[in-house]
Write a protein that binds this ligand. Structure first.
Ligand code: GLU
Length: 457
């Protein structure tokens, strides 16, 4: 195991969204790539805004995406506890260190961190008050993604509020020190905090970890950063919709990173092998739900039949599709196998397969009008009924053969029978092959539907 220790440090103040998942993923990938340790640390010091519900969503989502943590809640480790709300004693101990080094003072009940350098009183136009400025030297951040960034902290800042609660910058740095974090990989929105963090690391007399600030994810349409309120932002929504976690992880990995060529679909082992911080882009990535849906479809298509069937079963169960009882196992299996190569997402399955499971399906008016406007559908239907009474329906090929022979005998084509037959048995003009539909539905249902529809002509 290498010395690399990274951490994902979410604040459980909202549902787990695309941006958080991507930050978690880049940390996890870096840990797996380097053979290092992936730590999960919960930054739950803001008691008002944290909730256990959000916490469980974080755990569930990380596990669902396959990002098991090596240390953290429920897992243990040498540097626990891993929830900041349980680390008061550690923060007190570290505060004492800063006090002993003469780097703190109290003002109005709050504890301030004292920067090094000459102080002077300056009137701040913006804030309309006199503030104490410190002639400090700039902090140099050698960011693994952004390159060299220089920022100056020129005002002392609060590290413990007057109510005794420690501030984010303080606990974040203390924990990175105490947990021996070597690389801080996080969203670019934290770049502006980093100079404060560097000052604190230095004050504690410890080496500054390497920083890597990941570019933002822009919302799909329009300017600005994607937020948890944006459509498609929440991870659990994809879980609910039957997306494949492997597809989501692959998609997330490409939000701000690429393997150095234009490959997109890659097994996770390959992503781990190729992922590195210098490979992360500096420019922002734009969220694209169509790209995600397409990625998911390519993964679904490759899924072995058994796995696809299992996903379908779970989805139908969750959606409570079969309120009047489940269809026979072999029948369900055959229907799902027919739909597998045709659908873009699991969530399409119930509507796509509806007419296999009920006689109560709608005949699309527009399709009906179109189909009936051509040729002699009534005659074709009658011929087909005649044929299907005795034809061999045991394989798609046999069915195709029979219909072709019938068509030839009338100097017509397969298509002359197909549209009207499809409409009669499914109510629409899209779906799996008509031969597959006949085979799976079986003689009895097919004949009943053709006759029922024929009677309306
Ligand atoms: N708790 C911070 C957040 O959720 C993470 C800060 C960090 O990664 O350093 O944004």
């Amino acid at each position: 195991m290498s010395q690399v220790r990274v951490r994902f440090a979410p604040s459980p103040t909202g549902f787990f969204h695309i941006g958080s998942a991507r930050t978690a993923l880049f940390n996890w990938l870096y840990a797996r790539h380097t053979g290092g340790t992936f730590v999960l640390r919960i930054e739950d010091t803001d008691k008002e805004r944290n909730s256990e519900e959000f916490l469980n969503v974080i755990y569930d989502s990380l596990r669902w995406l396959g990002m098991e943590w090596d240390e953290g809640p429920g897992k243990g480790g040498d540097f626990g506890p891993y929830r900041q709300s349980e680390r008061d004693a550690i923060y007190k101990e570290y505060l004492e260190k800063l006090k002993a080094a003469g780097r703190t003072y109290e003002k109005d009940g709050a504890v301030y961190f004292k920067l090094l350098g000459e102080r002077s009183e300056v009137f701040d136009e913006h804030r309309k008050k006199t503030v104490t400025k410190v002639a400090n030297t700039p902090a140099i951040i050698d960011d693994q993604i952004r390159g060299r960034v220089e920022r100056i902290e020129d005002e002392d800042f609060v590290i413990v509020r007057s109510d005794g609660s420690p501030v984010f910058h303080f606990v974040n740095v203390v924990d990175d020190i105490a947990m021996k974090i070597t690389h801080v990989i996080r969203g670019e929105d934290h770049l502006s905090n980093t100079s404060k963090h560097v000052e604190l690391f230095k004050a504690f007399g410890v080496p500054v970890p390497k920083f890597a600030h990941i570019p933002l994810i822009l919302k799909q349409n329009g300017p600005g950063k994607m937020s948890k309120r944006d459509q498609g932002a929440l991870i659990e929504e994809y879980q609910r919709r039957g997306y494949l976690p492997e597809a989501l992880v692959n998609f997330l990995s490409l939000l701000g990173w690429n393997p150095g060529d234009d490959r997109e679909k890659m097994p996770i082992a390959e992503i781990i092998r190729l992922f590195d911080l210098p490979g992360v882009n500096q420019s922002n990535a734009r969220f694209d739900d169509k790209k995600l849906a397409h990625m998911n479809m390519t993964y679904l298509l490759e899924l072995p039949e058994e796995k696809f069937l299992e996903l379908a079963r779970v989805y139908f169960e969750k959606q409570n599709v079969f309120t009047a009882g489940w269809p026979a196992e072999t029948y369900f299996r055959e229907v799902i196998a027919l739909a597998h190569p045709k659908i873009k997402g699991i969530e399409e399955l119930p509507a796509y397969t509806k007419y296999f499971f009920t006689e109560d399906f709608v005949i699309d008016d527009k399709v009906r009008a179109k189909v009936l406007s051509k040729g002699e559908p009534k005659a074709r239907l009658a011929e087909l009924i005649e044929l299907l009474r005795t034809a061999d329906l045991s394989s798609d090929l046999a069915i195709e053969d029979a219909i072709k022979k019938l068509a030839e005998s009338k100097s017509l084509g397969f298509g002359d029978y197909q549209a009207v037959a499809r409409l009669a048995v499914s109510g629409t003009n899209v779906g799996p092959s008509i031969t597959g539909m006949f085979r799976v539905l079986g003689r009895e249902k097919v004949l009943a539907r053709l006759e029922r529809f024929g009677a309306t002509l």
